[in-house]
Design a protein around this ligand. Structure first.
Ligand code: DX5
Ligand code: ZN
Length: 229
């Protein structure tokens, strides 16, 4: 049974001056999840926000908060993100030496655990922890910024991870450069969660967010239909 197609707007491309309103707007515009990019200026060359901001916007939406931690180390902060209201906490396999322990710690906090790998990291890095995760996030750009070009070399990796996952109840998420043009490539390869920042928030109104989300979803559904046929 294929997993549902999920659109998760990344608020990295939202207007930070009114983040709560933007989360409310994209929720009403049809987002399935809200993707939160946490950057520490160390693991990635950019700094965004931490648990206090997650807590501050938690009241703006009941949708799943999909927390993407681009921080190293991550273990000292897992409980704070859980307390702040994250529903899924994803750590990078490249962030430290104790991936298995980090994933166990996330689940012990009662949250869903995700693992992410950068475009240059082979899927063998996540094979040992397949039974520790609820989500695998395959970066389709090098993390750190929104608005970057999609790295098409990752498409084959998605297909390989899809077969590695087999029948396990694991979501396969992609992140970076997802648009109505690239969404068919990743869904046909097996991804079911599509993160999109600049492609969703362009236009700056709730109506444009709804149209943008609708276009990405339609492109994904169509590609899935073709792949299943
Ligand atoms: C990048 C982040 C992404 C980013 C996606 O490191 O993890 O979530 O915001 O933005 P777009 O969709 O504009 O590439
Ligand atoms: Zn992200």
């Amino acid at each position: 049974m294929s997993r549902p197609l999920i659109i998760a707007p990344s608020i990295l491309s939202a207007d930070f001056a009114s983040l709560g309103d933007e989360v409310r707007a994209v929720d009403e515009a049809g987002a399935d999840w809200i993707h939160l990019d946490v950057m520490d200026g160390h693991f990635v060359p950019n700094i965004t926000f931490g648990p206090p901001v997650v807590k501050a916007i938690r009241g703006a939406s009941k949708k799943i908060f999909d927390c993407h931690l681009m921080i190293a180390p991550c273990d000292p902060y897992l409980a704070a993100f859980a307390d702040a209201g994250a529903d899924i906490i994803t750590v990078h396999a490249e962030a430290g030496p104790h991936l298995d322990r980090s994933l166990q710690a996330i689940r012990a906090l009662g949250k869903k655990a995700g693992v992410s790998i950068n475009p240059g990291t082979p899927e063998s890095a996540i094979e040992p922890v397949l039974d520790r995760v609820d989500l695998i996030l395959l970066m389709t750009v090098n993390p750190g910024f929104g608005g970057q070009a999609f790295i098409s070399a990752v498409v084959d990796k998605i297909a390989r991870v899809k077969s590695l996952v087999g029948n396990r109840p694991i979501d396969i998420e992609v992140d970076g450069g997802i648009t109505p043009e690239t969404a068919p490539l990743v869904t046909a390869a097996g991804a079911n969660v599509l993160v999109a920042g600049s492609a969703v928030f362009k236009g700056g109104t709730r109506d444009s967010y709804a149209a943008n989300i609708g276009a990405i979803r339609a492109a994904g559904v169509k590609a899935r239909g073709k792949a299943a046929a």
